[in-house]
Structures are given as C-alpha cells and as structure tokens.
Design a protein around this ligand. Structure first.
Ligand SMILES: Cc1cc2nc3c(=O)[nH]c(=O)nc-3n(C[C@H](O)[C@H](O)[C@H](O)COP(=O)(O)OP(=O)(O)OC[C@H]3O[C@@H](n4cnc5c(N)ncnc54)[C@H](O)[C@@H]3O)c2cc1C
Length: 378
C-alpha cells in the first residue's frame, strides 16, 4: 500500500500483543473485516515478557469471573493449539510460609470450592512430596490443579494467524500516530478507517487514547538453563498477594514456573515509575534472593537470560474492556496488569459481544471503561 492511501475496515485494532491477537481472532470469527497495526512484531510487548501462567484468581468476584471464564476458553482451545504454544496443565501451588498464610490457604480453598474450582489443601509433608526442592520449613500450600502454563508469544502468533486466515490485514512496523473518530493515522502517513477502533496497545494505551487510566508497572524475569524436574508446578508464595496488591511500593515475590524445556522461569518484581527497559540490578537481586529463600537449589543454577516488561495497571486492578465514553468509535481492551495472558481470550469474547450486541457469558459491568466515572479531563 502506498503512503497516504486510505483503507477501510469494520474494525482496526492497535496492538498485536496477546490481547490484540485474541480480539482479531474473535472479531474475524464473527465475520468482521479487521486490520491490526503494531509498531513492532506480533507478541513483542508485555506478551513476550510475561510468564504465561493461566491462573484463576480471587482478589474480587469480578477478577475471579474473568480469569475462570478465560481459563475455560484456553482449555477449550487446547486441541487446536500448535505444539509451540507449550500448553501444560501443571497446576499452581500457593505456598504458605507460616500459620497466617495457612489461614489464607483455607480461605482460598473455600472460595474456590464454593465456585466449582478444584483445590486441595496440602500439609507440609504433602508439599514436600510434590515439590522436594522447596525449603523444609514451609507449612503447607494450596494445589489448584487446573491452572495452566502457555508460551505467550507463540499463542499470540497462533491467534493472529487464524485471524489472517479469515482475511485480517496485519500492518507491522507501523506506529499509530492518531487514533479516534473512526480513523487511524500511521506515522508513515497511511490512514485506516473503521467504525470501530480497538485500543489494545497494553501499557502504551494512554499514548493513543489520552485519559485512559493505565500506568506502567515494570517486571523482571530470569530464565535458567535446563534442570528437568526441579520444579513441577507453578509455585507462588502467598506473600505474593501482599506485593501484587500494593499500589505504590516496589515489590518482589517468589514465583517460579517449570517450562517444558526443563528450564525454570523465575519471577517476579513489580515497580511503578520505572519507565526504562533496562534491568534494575537492585530489584533483580532482591527477586533472586527471594526465590532462593524458597528454593535454595536455585542458587547453584545457571541463569541464561534476564528481561523486563511493562504490565498495564489500572487503579482497581481490573482491565478496561468496552467503549471509551468520550469517543463512540473507540473501544478499549487494555489494563490487564499481570493477568493479560490469562484473560486475553475472555477479553476478546466480551469485546466482540459488546461490538455485535450479543449477551456475554459473564456480567461485564466491572470491566467497562465507564466505571471510572469522570472522563471530563480528557
Ligand atoms: C514480568 C511479567 C510477568 C507476567 N506474567 C504473567 C502471567 O504469568 N500470566 C498472565 O496472565 N499475565 C502475565 N503478565 C501480564 C501479561 O504479559 C500482559 O497482561 C499481556 O501480555 C498484555 O497483553 P497486551 O496485548 O495487552 O499488551 P502487549 O503485549 O504489551 O501488546 C501491546 C502491543 O501494542 C503495540 N503498540 C503500543 N503502542 C503502539 C503504537 N502507538 N502503535 C502501534 N503499536 C503499538 C506494542 O508494540 C505491543 O506489541 C506478565 C507481565 C509481565 C511484565
């Protein structure tokens, strides 16, 4: 296409991360002519940086509903996923270090049990049996066997390929310079018109829709060499909840994942106000020390690579899915913080339901951008 040419679609999606790819997949499935624009390549943003833990969470009923719904969609998709998506139902163990955290294990189990999610309380011997490389004095944990692990960039590529197979147009290496009122202008002058514009630009979403209340929350991850069998489940300390909930402080938490390759993925950190991509040695050391406190054997492993990524954080820790109140042509699919891999598929369903006027499987009120109320400053 030459510079300045105008193309028209039913929908233009800004962002080819897992959320944009899932939206492209779902909108094309419903018969729409879709274009997707990304300044980089498919699955290159937070999607390439994420852990790929598809996890049911219980911070709020709305968070539970979205994560559970989406996890079921991942399960249903499994037979179609190519091998490189590395879908593994390894389960999560929420690890309790003391009696206070063991009380949280019981609360969590009751919450899940009341909503049909299998979960099993583990005492210290059972925990040790399942994960012998955890330190000895941990008091127990909660096994949630239906949680999954995927490899996010390949999942995004798979969803995008399906959309392209249904006729979607993908524009890579092109930055969205203007976005709104049914028109997207790219930095090279090209223009794409559509009655529906979807902002799926993740942590950069406020750059193209000013006023969207999303902040960058930086995270670090480390991947080790291959140590097959060292970790068998996604392991997360229950103290993680305290750190993930903090809206201000930098924090680290023990969170490790077994990869199909035998590698161990070690997380995680959370920082606000750190806008640069470089590795922050101080928080990285804190994160690795924390991991070694829980799994002392990690200290003798070789780390192959460290990287960072930016979560898109909203003030109430729920994503923004649906129409943007100040421009009826703009829909948001952003603000997924540390759960965007998990909730991408449900986000796409809800967004497509809203666009096509269909009823959603779950109540959508908690995710609508209009819940934030005052957009008058935009
Ligand atoms: C360290 C870390 C660990 C995580 N672990 C997990 C996990 O275990 N489980 C889980 O569910 N989630 C996890 N997440 C969160 C998850 O990675 C994100 O929520 C998810 O990837 C968001 O996807 P997205 O498509 O919204 O954003 P992104 O993947 O960031 O995609 C946005 C895209 O928009 C493009 N873009 C932005 N601005 C423009 C522009 N102006 N013009 C053109 N293109 C533009 C970018 O290039 C990018 O490709 C983690 C995140 C981090 C950082």
């Amino acid at each position: 296409m030459s510079g300045g040419a105008l193309q028209t679609y039913d929908s233009v999606i800004a962002g080819a991360g897992i959320v944009g790819a899932a939206c492209a997949d779902e909108l094309t499935l419903r018969g729409m002519r879709v274009a997707i624009v990304d300044r980089d390549v498919v699955g290159s943003g937070a999607t390439a940086a994420g852990m790929g833990h598809v996890v049911v969470m219980d911070d709020s009923e709305a968070q539970f509903a979205l994560t559970r719904y989406s996890q079921q969609l991942w399960k249903a998709l499994r037979p179609q996923l190519p091998d490189d998506v590395e879908y593994e139902q390894c389960g999560t163990i929420w690890v309790a270090a003391d009696e206070e955290e063991m009380a949280e294990v019981d609360r969590k189990r009751n919450f899940y049990a009341g909503r049909g999610v299998p979960a099993e309380v583990l005492g210290a011997p059972a925990l040790r049996n399942l994960e012998p490389n955890l330190r000895c004095d941990l008091v127990g944990g909660l096994l949630v066997p239906e949680d999954i692990v995927v490899y996010p960039p390949c999942a995004a590529r798979f969803l995008m390929q399906r959309a392209i197979g249904r006729g979607a147009a993908l524009f890579l290496g092109a930055s969205v310079a203007q976005f709104g009122e049914k028109r997207v202008r790219l930095d090279d002058g090209r223009e794409l018109d559509a009655p529906i514009l979807v902002n799926a630009a993740g942590a950069s979403s406020p750059e193209i829709t000013p006023g969207v209340d999303v902040k960058k929350r930086k995270g670090h991850l480390v991947i080790t060499d291959r140590y097959p069998g060292f970790v068998r489940h996604q392991l997360v300390e229950l103290g993680y909840l305290k750190s993930a909930h903090s809206l201000t402080d930098d924090s680290v938490a023990f969170n490790v994942q077994p990869r199909r390759t035998g590698q161990v993925l070690i997380g995680s950190s959370r920082q606000y106000g750190a806008e640069h991509k470089e590795v922050d040695q101080d928080i990285l050391s804190r994160m690795v020390r924390r991991a070694q406190e829980y799994m002392p054997g990690l200290a003798s492993m070789s780390a192959l690579r460290v990287w960072t990524g930016f979560r898109a954080a909203t003030p109430d820790k729920l994503p923004l899915i649906g129409p943007w109140p100040t421009d009826p042509s703009v829909f948001l699919a952003t603000g997924h913080e540390g759960l965007g891999i998990t909730t991408s598929l449900a986000t796409a369903k809800i967004l497509a339901d809203l666009i096509t006027g269909s009823k959603s499987e779950i109540a959508i009120g908690p995710y609508l951008p209009s819940r934030a109320g005052d957009h008058a400053h935009v």
